[in-house]
Design a protein around this ligand. Sequence first.
Ligand code: ADP
Length: 683
Amino acid sequence: LADDQGALAVAQSWGERDQCGLRLTDQQHDSVIAQAVTQRAPLFSPSSQAGDASPWRLADCAALVMPLLAQDLTLGLIAVQDADPETKLGPSQQDFVSSVASQLAIAIENARLYAEVRGFNAALEQRIAERTHELQIERDMLSTLNQIALEINSTLDLDLLLASSLQVFANLIGVERGSIMLIEEDTYHLVDRAVLGRSRDQVGYTRFPVGHGIAGWVAQHRKPALVPDVSQDERWVELPENELGRKRVGAMALVPLVVQGEVTGVMSLSHDQVGYFNEDHMRLLGASAETIALGINNARLYDEISRESVRRGDMVQKERSATTQSSAILQSLSDGVIVCNEYGGVITANPAAERVLGIPLEDLLLMPLPDLLRKLLMQRAKELPIEAALEGRSTLQSYATKFQRGRYTIRVTLDPVVTERGQTIGALAVFRDITREVESERLKDEFIGTVSHELRTPMTSIKGFTQLLAMGSLGPINAQQKEFLSTIQTNAERMISIINDLLDITKIEAGSVELEIRPVHMAEALGNVIVDVRPQIDARQHELHITIPPGLPLVRVDAKRFDQILGHLLNNAIKYTPVGGKITFVASELDRATLPPAVAEQILPGRYVQIDVSDTGLGIAVEEQELVFERFYRTENQLKIEAGGTGLGLSLVRPLVKLFGGQIWLRSFIDEGSTFSFVVPAV
Ligand code: ADP
């Protein structure tokens, strides 16, 4: 039979010599066998020749070699040798051998084909078995994934979810230990959140920094780890008190839990048997890790959402109770309050508004606030620029005015409602019935007016008679008498000036002051005043600086009252500046850019002259700068007694300046000095 290399070996032999197994590799090219094989044709050699010398060739024998041919293959050959070719290898024997050879060839070929088919079959069966096994694993994996997905979808409770995922693996892979550790955000440590066979309160004690231990390695490298034997693994970290029932034996399988590209934890399974886990386990773990991580994410989101909704609920509750509170406060206020939105539409009005304004609440709610104010205030509505306030154009925070409703006097205050970000979202009007206050104020003014008037007559006669006595018209007087009389006279004059101030104030407030407005030259007016104050300036050794630019326009004022204003301001500067100070008087045409904004807003367009009276005196504290313009208000200072005074001067000056169409303000710093400035219209 031909072997792989085309060599021949004896497969079967009959006769005297058993040549079975004899390899015929050494046959020569011209040997009968070689020729029969290469020529694929029977050969007959009557006697052995020199070229035929080989172990198989029998001496002195004729040989018949018949190749076994199957299609284009030579399968082997049949060789028959005999010393008597005449009778044993004659033509009929040759035919017989030839027919045996062809049948043998067919039989061998059939046997070979049969073996091949058998081989194919075996391979196919093995392949089927392998594929069945693969499918089995695939199915197991899918069913596990499905089971895990089911568990995960059925709960948003994170602990429950982790515990049941572990349980699924325990049942399926038959592991003995397992845990899921999650990364704690603030410490970046892995902390156990679920351990197979442990309850919720028994976990949370094992912690690893990310990068530490096998689990730490998995979290850091975001790669699964298949550890056949932990006792051989460098990364293993022994924990005190043998946490998690950890033993340094057996195999471990770990996978990172990754959500949206971020590691949130590590799932690890262990088994006492070294090399327990295989690649299939790892594939299953890897595939489930995604689902578990997603579940963790969902549970966390759910957790966050529920916490947020609880927080919002609390907030709503708080807001509700705050609203109830403020509405209760609003209802019980004695002042009428109306609140409108940025379009003027009324949002709310309290019962007091109904009472104070004498308008039914329903009507108040229906009428836009600007319309209501126009209706109530008529001409004076200009004083409450509500439209400007609502559009956020006005810089003034609060406006106030009074109006009459029949016999009632009502004070209204208007404030824009501004959000924390400075956006105007509406306005708030407060109405207060001030009828009684106005009435008592009126009675008081009337009383002061009457008393002052009644006092002035006797004071005038005291002054007159003292003057007569002092002049010696009624007989000679000695030096001491003269001194006393002069004291009486100065005090009488002081009292008369107080009474005059009081009368002036009452007149101005009652609106009955008569003004004689005409163009007045600044230097001229100042000249008159300086004559009066010069003695005090000299007595206190102050320096006086005056600046009046040439070409300064004339001012449109009542000359007498203007002198009064200048007199008061200069007097104060002199009085409230310690000896040896500096008083400055500056007049100039108004430059609006230099005005404080609150003042600029109050001054109508046109030409004005500004006067600044500055001193280097005691100064006035910021919180008192508005109060000094009030009647009888005096600040506490070391010159208070020495300066004398009633606290009436500035309360007279301010309304006078306003009557001229001007404004007054001041800038002052304690121990540095004050500047009183005012503007009056120019011609
Ligand atoms: P009087 O001067 O009669 O007390 P005023 O109305 O003129 O009354 O002034 C009120 C108060 O303002 C004064 O008592 C004083 O405390 C303070 N004041 C006024 N002018 C000055 C000033 N130039 N420097 C410091 N304080 C002043």
